[in-house]
Design a protein around this ligand. Structure first.
Ligand SMILES: Cc1cc2nc3c(=O)[nH]c(=O)nc-3n(C[C@H](O)[C@H](O)[C@H](O)COP(=O)(O)OP(=O)(O)OC[C@H]3O[C@@H](n4cnc5c(N)ncnc54)[C@H](O)[C@@H]3O)c2cc1C
Length: 467
């Protein structure tokens, strides 16, 4: 039961009732049984109370919701998979346009393409494409949404082999701020496609996205190998040197964390610092084995789970560690060179981590990522590593300490970092950092396109390009 008094905004019952009548999907308001479930996003640090959540059933609902929000001058949050770290997919008092019910995927195995609705997660997408032995670079956690992920860039296990996800975006349907549906491809409105390849959710709501696919798996060599935390410096130095010569088929990550109480790790290390190197080889598994042999030869691992497995198993391997509801915050940077000093600083910061769920990642960039360029709005591709510092605690208790630790860790690596960062890993960016992330020329081009497609900045809850 909804009453006008429970709606914390000028958007009263009568106005929202009109919106509701024009929908095929559902309108959820304060007081409705589903309200708390519908307003929750993955990052529990953002506890917001929207005036309404439009659970869209299709493109018509998205157009209707955009028209409504514009005419009512309401704040708009757009939700795909709900994994925004800074909480951009929810808001107080405004309208959440929620696409999470729109999850259809159609694969064309002959042309090796897939068209997916804007609410799909990577679990939805990989399930359909792997039935044909095809894939595109997807997220490390399968519950992440394809839309926010792709529009910001998309880094994952196939990136060095086939590029960022946005490099494989070949067309899209977008509801723009005027409520119109615009198709974009390399032949039709190509400037909009360019902007969607990394420019984030600034230009409208992608109701469907078309991807180029690649033969991958279904079985491949993949998984993590864990070493004791007191070997972190040795392992990171090896990692830095080893990845320099790796072929593009192998994408890897170094992860300084705390051993979770997981059955695949010996009880003796549970709760202790640990370093994992995760590797995914997109080619022949036996070739992959020869490539990871030097890593395994480091010897005496705490656990070695690198083996042949289905691609979809690798895509969901980390899911259990990244469940929704906890408080999360991220700091990120591009790192040029992991000097001995930078490695020592990283390890010292890791030893000071306030919570067992906060951790440090170095994603190895390069390969097909570095070969991409002007075809996409995505900014700097030339760094060797993407640093990602994740502050995570079960709830608000102790969260501020973790946030301060993440900031301090990023600062400790400032001597080897650049000004910009990967926009999907940014917490509170700010205009200067955002501009640096795209570079001046691309940033100005994005501003011009923002003026064309969203002159009033209706879509402003994102890493915002102000018009
Ligand atoms: C557990 C976890 C793991 C992650 N792993 C990776 C990873 O491996 N690689 C990586 O690159 N990133 C990763 N990320 C970051 C992720 O790419 C971003 O958080 C991304 O925004 C998530 O997309 P979403 O659709 O789930 O998010 P949402 O919270 O739904 O949306 C985030 C923003 O994206 C935009 N958006 C969403 N849907 C649409 C749409 N249909 N049309 C237009 N704009 C839209 C909006 O601006 C929205 O505010 C991870 C995040 C989490 C929480």
């Amino acid at each position: 039961m909804t009453t006008a008094a429970t709606i914390p905004h000028a958007l009263g019952d009568a106005t929202l009732g009109e919106l509701e009548q024009g929908l095929r999907g559902q309108l959820v308001r304060p007081g409705d049984d589903e309200y708390d479930e519908a307003r929750a996003i993955w990052n529990g640090a953002h506890d917001r109370r929207p005036a309404a959540i439009v659970r869209c059933a299709g493109v018509a609902d998205v157009m209707r919701a955009v028209d409504f929000a514009r005419s009512e001058n309401a704040i708009v949050a757009v939700r795909g998979g709900g994994h925004s770290l800074p909480g951009h997919s929810t808001c107080d008092d405004g309208i959440v346009i929620d696409l999470s019910g729109m999850t259809a995927v159609r694969v064309d195995p002959v042309r090796r393409t897939a068209v997916a609705e804007g609410g799909c997660t990577w679990a939805d997408f990989d399930h359909e494409t792997q039935a044909f032995g095809l894939a595109v670079t997807g997220g490390l956690v399968s519950s992440t949404g394809i839309a926010g992920f792709t529009l910001g860039g998309g880094i994952g296990w196939l990136m060095r082999h086939v590029g960022l996800t946005c490099d494989n975006l070949i067309a899209a349907d977008v509801v723009t701020a005027d409520g119109q549906l615009v198709h974009t491809s390399e032949d039709e409105n190509p400037e909009l496609l360019w902007a969607l390849r990394g420019g984030g959710g600034n230009f409208g709501i992608a109701t469907s996205l078309d991807f180029r696919l690649h033969p991958v798996g279904p079985m491949l060599l993949a998984g993590p190998i864990f070493f004791a935390g007191d070997r972190a410096e040795e392992v990171l130095r090896f990692y830095r040197d080893w990845v320099r010569e790796l072929p593009d088929e192998l994408t890897t990550l170094a992860n300084l964390t705390t051993a979770p109480p997981a059955p695949f790790l010996p009880e003796a290390v549970h709760g202790k610092p640990i370093i994992a190197i995760v590797a995914v080889h997109a080619g022949e598994p036996e070739h992959g084995r020869t490539l990871v042999a030097p890593l395994k030869a480091l010897g005496d691992p705490v656990a070695d789970l690198i083996d042949v497995m289905p691609y979809t198993a690798m895509q969901s391997l980390l899911d259990a560690l990244w469940t929704p509801g906890a408080h999360n915050y991220m700091r990120s940077a591009y790192v040029d060179e992991l000097s001995d000093e930078a490695i020592a600083a990283t390890v010292a910061r890791h030893r000071a981590v306030p919570s067992p769920t906060s951790e440090i990642h170095f994603h190895h960039f390069g390969g097909a990522v570095a070969r991409g360029g002007d075809e996409a709005a995505f900014g700097d591709r030339s760094a060797q590593f993407v640093l990602n510092v994740i502050a995570r605690s079960a709830d608000a208790e102790g969260f501020d300490d973790n946030v301060a630790w993440a900031r301090g860790t990023e600062q400790a690596l400032a001597p080897v970092s650049r000004d910009g960062a990967y926009v999907n890993f940014m917490g509170d960016a700010g205009d200067k950092r955002l501009r640096a992330s795209y570079g001046d020329a691309k940033y100005e081009r994005l501003v011009a396109l923002k003026r064309r497609y969203d002159p009033t900045n209706l879509f402003r809850l994102n890493q915002n390009i102000t018009p």
